[in-house]
Design a binder for this molecule. Structure first.
Ligand code: SF4
Length: 437
C-alpha cells in the first residue's frame, strides 16, 4: 500500500484522526470514512494528539455547533501544524469559504461529496465513488459503541422555518434498500444487538424510490431476515409516522416500542409559524393511535422555546400540552437563529433572559410528566441494552426497549453490548432500577 500511496517502503503508514460533531448521520459517515482509511492501511490515532490527517465532520444546527467546529479545526492545527485538515459536514456545506481560510485546512468537502474524501486523500482509483450522499461500502462495525447507527436516508423537503438542515443536507434521498439490508446483516454478524435506523427525515424513507418502498416496508424486510438484533428508530416527524409502525411494534419485540416524535412546540400558532404542518390536536390524535396499538409505547420529543413571536400565553399553552402528552423524555432547546431560514427574518425575537426562563420552566414541566411516565414501568420486566458497568457500584447501565435509562443492580461482568432482561423495582429520578431475571 505504501508504494501505491507513493510512500518509500521503510516509512510508516500515515496517521489519521477523526472527529464527528452532531447527529447520528454524521457519526455514521465518520464510521464509513474510518473503515475506508483503515481498510487502506492508515492508522487511526486520537484526535487530541498529532496526526498526519484530521477529518472533522462538522455541524451547523446551532451557533454553538459552528463555534465548536472552528475550535476543533484550530486544535488540530495546533496539534500538528504540518497536518492536512479535511473539514466536511454541514458547516463545510453552509460556509466553505470561512473554513478554507483556516490554517491547516487543505480540503473542505460538502455533505454530498463526503464519499469522495478517501479518493481525494489517497488518489487510489478503487476508492473513487460516484457523487452520492451514501457510501457504497457502508459500515460493518461502530467504533466504541454498543449500538450501531445505520444511515438509510438523507435530506429533507419540509423547510420548517427555523431549520437550516435542508439547505445543508439537500433534498430527500433514500438509500438502496439492498445496501441497507446487507449492512444490517454485517452488523448483526459483528454482534450488535441494537441498530438505530437514522435519517434527516427518517419517516420519508422510500418516497423517492417508488415501488412501494417505505420505512415500514424496510423494517419488515429487515425483520424477515435472520438476525438477533432489535431495531430502534431515530427521530421521526409526526407528518411521516404511520400507525403501521405501532402495528409492527405490537407484533414483534425486535422493533423497539419507542418513538422520538419531534413536536417542537405545544402551541398551534407557534407550530403554524414554524411551518410544522400539523396542529396539537393532529399530534394528540397520532399519539392516541400509537397508544391504541402499543399502550406502553415510549415517547420522547424535542421542544423549542423562545421562537420569534411566542408570547408568554403561547409558552404556557406549549408547556401544558407537553405535560399532557406524558413523554418519558423531552429535549428542550432554546431557539437558535440560523441564517437563511425564514424564522431569522421574523419579527418579535424573544430576549435571551425570557428564553432562559422558558427553558427552565419547560424543563421542569417536562421532567415532572416524564417522572410520571417512567413510574408506569415499575413492576414490569424490560430488556436493557447494557452500555456500561460501574465497578464501584457493581451496577450496569443501559436503555430499555422503551428508551428509558436503566440501572441493573449487582450486574455480572462482561454484559456490555448484550440484551438483558430486568425486573423494574423502582424509579430513581428518570431512571429505572432493577435486577436481571
Ligand atoms: S423536518 Fe426536520 S430536518 Fe426537515 S426542515 Fe423540519 S426540522 Fe429540519
Amino acid at each position: 500500500m505504501r508504494q501505491r500511496l507513493g510512500l518509500p517502503y521503510n516509512t510508516r503508514m500515515p496517521d489519521v484522526a477523526f472527529y464527528s460533531l452532531g447527529c447520528k448521520l454524521n457519526q455514521y459517515e465518520v464510521q464509513a470514512l474510518r473503515e475506508g482509511f483503515l481498510g487502506h492501511g492508515y492508522r487511526e490515532v486520537p484526535f487530541e494528539g498529532p496526526a498526519d490527517y484530521y477529518v472533522v465532520n462538522s455541524c451547523t444546527v446551532t451557533a454553538d455547533a459552528d463555534r465548536t467546529t472552528l475550535a476543533l479545526v484550530r486544535s488540530a492545527h495546533r496539534a500538528n501544524p504540518g497536518a492536512q485538515i479535511v473539514v466536511t459536514g454541514c458547516l463545510a456545506t453552509a460556509d466553505a469559504a470561512q473554513l478554507r481560510d483556516l490554517p491547516g485546512v487543505t480540503h473542505v468537502v460538502d455533505n454530498r461529496r463526503k464519499n469522495s474524501i478517501l479518493y481525494r486523500i489517497t488518489g487510489l482509483p478503487e476508492t473513487a465513488e460516484e457523487e452520492s450522499p451514501f457510501f457504497e461500502a457502508g459500515i460493518s462495525y461502530f467504533e466504541d459503541k454498543t449500538r450501531a447507527f445505520v444511515k438509510v436516508q438523507d435530506g429533507c423537503d419540509y423547510f420548517c422555518s427555523f431549520c437550516k438542515i435542508p439547505y445543508v443536507r439537500g433534498r430527500l434521498a433514500s438509500r438502496d434498500p439492498r445496501r441497507i439490508l446487507e449492512e444490517l446483516d454485517r452488523l448483526d454478524a459483528h454482534g450488535y444487538r441494537e441498530i438505530v435506523l437514522s435519517g434527516v427525515c427518517l419517516g420519508s424513507y422510500g418516497r423517492d424510490l417508488g415501488d412501494g418502498w417505505s420505512l415500514a416496508r424496510l423494517i419488515q424486510e429487515a425483520l424477515s431476515r435472520p438476525g438477533s438484533y432489535r431495531i430502534r428508530l431515530s427521530s421521526i416527524d409526526p407528518r411521516d409516522t404511520p400507525l403501521e409502525l405501532a402495528r409492527i411494534m405490537a407484533e414483534t419485540p425486535r422493533l423497539c416500542p419507542h418513538l422520538h416524535l419531534s413536536l417542537q412546540s405545544g402551541d398551534d400558532d407557534t407550530l403554524r409559524r414554524m411551518r410544522r404542518g400539523y396542529t396539537t390536536s393532529d399530534y394528540a390524535r397520532l399519539v392516541e393511535g400509537l397508544r391504541r396499538g402499543v399502550p406502553d409505547i415510549g415517547l420522547s420529543t424535542d421542544i423549542i422555546v423562545g421562537f420569534p413571536g411566542e408570547d408568554d400565553e403561547a409558552h404556557r399553552r406549549s408547556e401544558a400540552f407537553v405535560a399532557g402528552v406524558g413523554f418519558h423524555r423531552v429535549h428542550v432547546f432554546p431557539y437558535s437563529e440560523r441564517e437563511r431560514t425564514a424564522a431569522a427574518r421574523m419579527e418579535n425575537a424573544q430576549p435571551a433572559e425570557v428564553i432562559q426562563d422558558r427553558l427552565a420552566r419547560m424543563d421542569r414541566a417536562a421532567r415532572a410528566s416524564a417522572a410520571a411516565a417512567v413510574e408506569t414501568w415499575i413492576g414490569r420486566t424490560v430488556t436493557v441494552l447494557v452500555e456500561s458497568r460501574s465497578l464501584r457500584a457493581g451496577c450496569a447501565e443501559g436503555f430499555s426497549e422503551h428508551y428509558a435509562r436503566c440501572v441493573l443492580e449487582s450486574a455480572e461482568e462482561g454484559l456490555r453490548g448484550s440484551l438483558v432482561r430486568m425486573k423494574v423495582d423502582a424509579r430513581d429520578g428518570l431512571r429505572l432500577r432493577g435486577r436481571s431475571v
